[in-house]
Design a protein around this ligand. Structure first.
Ligand code: AP5
Length: 192
């Protein structure tokens, strides 16, 4: 399984990505988590990424490419993966497709978690208060959602055109959303 999690901040990419990865026995690779680990460790990458992340902006493509390629090289990507948070722009998607086509590792499925904005705000505001993630502050959450709408949402059409796009209703309990995702993946597997 080579799957991509697409969805606005707080839609559940991390939560559901981990469950999909466990079901298929593949690594869950979250660019947000990788970057936050760099920030916590104070690496050069972390220092370069920190300000953009705290503002809720995307980090530069070159930086994200280095992070993702480094992580993919740690496991055998041909055995599968769940990518969470990359690609996030059309340029990133086109670059990823170029590399994937050459290596025969294009995505099997792009799961897009659809959810109303007020529920995103509620989830992230709650996490901000309980876990204190630096970008879970009301103004920054709103900006992250705007950045998603402007830069990442257009990827829907890109992946719809490639016939691997699976829209998922991500409103509901974590278990309900997982059931919908597994059912969609089962239909995809059965039809191939
Ligand atoms: P990233 O970590 O990817 O942040 P994000 O997209 O804003 O997503 P979140 O992690 O906030 O939410 P999620 O959709 O994973 O939901 P989660 O499962 O956590 O990226 C952070 C930053 O890194 C970016 O802003 C950017 O600066 C940089 N970056 C990353 N990738 C990049 C790239 N490719 N290019 C450039 N820059 C990049 O759930 C959210 C909360 O809701 C949790 O508390 C969870 O417990 C709860 N929850 C989940 N599901 C449910 C449910 N069904 N019901 C109730 N609560 C739920």
């Amino acid at each position: 399984m080579r799957a991509l999690m697409l969805g606005a901040p707080g839609s559940g990419k991390g939560t559901q990505g981990a469950r999909i990865a466990e079901r298929y026995g593949v690594p869950h690779i979250s660019t947000g988590e990788l970057l936050r680990a760099h920030v916590d460790l104070g690496t050069e990458t972390g220092r370069a990424a920190r300000a953009s992340m705290e503002r809720g902006d995307l980090v530069p493509d070159l930086l994200i490419a280095a992070v993702i390629l480094g992580r993919l090289a740690e496991s055998d990507p041909s055995r599968g993966f769940v990518l969470d948070g990359f690609p996030r722009t059309l340029q990133q998607a086109q670059a990823a497709y170029g590399v994937a086509k050459e290596t025969g590792m294009t995505f099997d499925a792009v799961l897009c978690l659809d959810i109303p904005h007020d529920e995103l705000m509620r989830r992230l505001d709650e996490r901000g208060r309980s876990k204190g993630r630096a970008d879970d502050e009301e103004g920054t959450i709103r900006h992250r959602i705007e950045v998603y709408e402007e830069k990442t949402a257009p990827l829907r059409e890109y992946y719809e055109a490639r016939g691997i796009f699976l829209p998922i209703d991500a409103n509901g309990t974590v278990d309900e959303v997982t059931e919908r995702i597994f059912a969609a993946l089962d239909r995809l597997t059965d039809s191939s």
